[in-house]
Design a protein around this ligand. Structure first.
Ligand code: MG
Length: 281
């Protein structure tokens, strides 16, 4: 069952989304060489507390952090700790979430630590982020969810191939419905799998539908494995990866990017999509 939200509920999700945006702003600024991922987690926890919001990652299936910190060949679900100290040249995905009044927000950004990154890494992050926006632009009344998957994959496949050969669209993880829980139906693949029966994972998009869109792309394989800590997800070939995510609501007036400070307005305008007005003004 897909949970359909009222405009009042979407306003609460917008409030949660703005807390997530504030967590990202603070963590991105702090992600400098010499800083541990645990310190980033503490900064995120403070932003949550300052806004009177609750963490949704902390304790989720026993997860020990307020954010996921995934460095270099870690794709997602990296656990913040004191031992992982950022070095110049690293890239890190910071996945953050918040609950306001029982409603969830969830988003991720890829941040470059220090300077001097290879152009291929900068391009990997750009392609991943832009594929997310292509997916967001496909969130339209009456569309089917598979069109979002198709838009994400199509964007990535149209880009010039990296020197490593091919972009790997991570297969085992994807986007998800979000609202009164962080992870809800439907699951959103970041590619179209013709072998997979779409059924309940291919609903028609209607106002009140909310989804977290989160492509994960590597410079090599789409295959991943989970480490012994039962959380950390790495690429099988050690290639580095990027991860971007926004939570999006479809309204009668179009999409609203709940976790973007401007609601997605600037970026979606570039793509010819009108953004719904911000319920919080
Ligand atoms: Mg998510």
């Amino acid at each position: 069952m897909v949970e359909i939200k009222t405009p009042e509920q979407i306003a609460k999700m917008r409030a949660a989304g703005l807390v997530v945006a504030a967590m990202h702003e603070a963590c991105a600024e702090a992600a400098q060489p010499g800083v541990s991922t645990k310190e980033l987690d503490e900064i995120a926890a403070k932003v949550l507390a300052d806004h009177g919001a609750k963490p949704n990652f902390l304790g989720y299936g026993g997860f020990p952090g307020n954010i996921c910190t995934s460095v270099n060949d870690v794709v997602v679900h990296g656990i913040p700790d004191r031992e992982t100290v950022l070095r110049n040249g690293d890239m890190i995905s910071i996945d953050a979430g918040a609950i306001v009044d029982g409603w969830h927000g969830d988003a991720a950004i890829t941040v470059f630590v220090g300077s001097g990154h290879a152009p291929e890494l900068l391009e990997l992050s750009r392609v991943t982020e832009e594929s997310m926006w292509a997916g967001i632009a496909a969130v339209r009344k009456g569309a089917r969810l598979v069109e979002v998957s198709k838009a994400i994959e199509g964007y990535i496949r149209r880009q010039p191939r990296p020197a490593s050969g091919r972009y790997g669209i991570v297969e085992d993880y994807g986007g998800h419905g979000i609202g009164s829980e962080m992870h809800m139906d439907p699951h959103l693949l970041n590619y179209v799998d013709p072998r997979r029966r779409l059924g309940r994972n291919n609903p028609k998009l209607v106002p009140g539908f909310c989804i977290a869109i989160e492509p994960m792309v590597s410079l090599g394989t789409p295959k991943t494995h989970v480490l012994e800590d039962e959380w950390t997800v790495k690429t099988d070939d050690g290639s580095w990866s990027s991860h971007w995510e926004h939570s999006v609501a479809l309204t009668e007036q179009g999409p609203l990017v709940l976790t973007a400070p401007d609601g997605g307005k600037a970026k979606l305008a570039e793509l010819g999509v009108e953004t719904a007005p911000d319920p919080l003004g």
